[in-house]
Design a protein around this ligand. Structure first.
Ligand SMILES: [Zn+2]
Length: 258
């Protein structure tokens, strides 16, 4: 009994650690993570908070000449890697800004295991190219986690609790210990498990509830689709069980269930 409580405590602590999202300050001052030496850029101009591999929160830090997306001056906005934004009147994509990062020695790059979340196809398999049964099975978790995450993200304490339950269901305590409780390898493991990679964002104190919901909806829309890369038909609100009965994609003939 005590073991169980001990494990839960461990997962809660882990979620707490994971919820410290990476953020990149942008500005003219050399103490920024991304230094832009242009007189129209303020000393501390903006920052990007990384929420998932592709989603960021862009925040203006009270700059003189402003931060814009699609011509609209903003204080905060959820953006993608490919979003073009303007700092003062200078356009950058998020991707380009991240490339301007000061070359800092990354923390022990060699110790980060190259965890493939789950192999998409085993090399020896000469299986039917329309067989997407493994990938489709994983979407069950996306569909099931979506409403819970959306509901609980309004309350940080509840979210940490939900997070530790989800985490313990997908990763055993032994895997956690194997990573030394380090955040990055865990995120890589979590990237193959439904919407689990959203947990740090949803437990973070840096985002508002509305911003969290926007990111949950966005990731759900991007993931809950026909797994055939040439199709990617969005499933919307259709239940996973309903789709499972259908067995194949009517659009691309991909096999979801054998
Ligand atoms: Zn399809």
């Amino acid at each position: 009994m005590t073991t169980r409580n001990h494990d839960e405590g461990q997962f809660e602590q882990l979620i707490e650690e994971l919820s410290h999202l990476s953020s990149y300050t942008i500005g003219r001052s050399t103490n920024n993570a991304i230094v832009l030496s242009n007189s129209r850029i303020s000393g501390q101009h903006a920052r990007l908070i990384q929420c998932t591999p592709d989603s960021f929160l862009l925040e203006d830090l009270g700059s003189k000449n402003g931060t814009f997306v699609n011509g609209t001056r903003l204080t905060r906005k959820v953006v993608d890697r490919t979003t073009t934004l303007e700092l003062a009147d200078i356009p950058f994509t998020v991707e380009q800004l991240l490339d301007f990062q000061k070359p800092e020695p990354p923390e022990n790059p060699d110790t980060i295991p190259q965890v493939q979340s789950r192999p998409v196809s085993s090399p020896e398999a000469t299986q039917n190219p329309l067989d997407f049964t493994t990938q489709f099975a994983e979407l069950k978790r996306v569909f099931e986690q979506y409403p819970t995450l959306r509901k609980d993200c309004r309350n940080r304490e509840k979210m940490v609790r939900t997070g530790s339950i989800i985490l313990s269901s997908i990763i055993g305590v032994s895997s956690v210990l194997a990573t030394g409780g380090s955040a990055l390898p865990l995120l890589q493991i979590m990237s193959g498990a439904g919407l689990s990679m959203l947990l740090p964002t949803l437990c973070s104190t840096l985002l508002s509830t509305e911003e969290k919901i926007e990111i949950i909806d966005k990731e759900y829309r991007e993931r809950y689709r026909c797994p055939n890369p040439t199709c990617r038909d969005p499933f919307g609100t259709r239940e996973w069980d309903f789709l499972a009965k259908q067995k194949t994609c009517r659009r691309c003939q991909a096999i979801w269930i054998k």
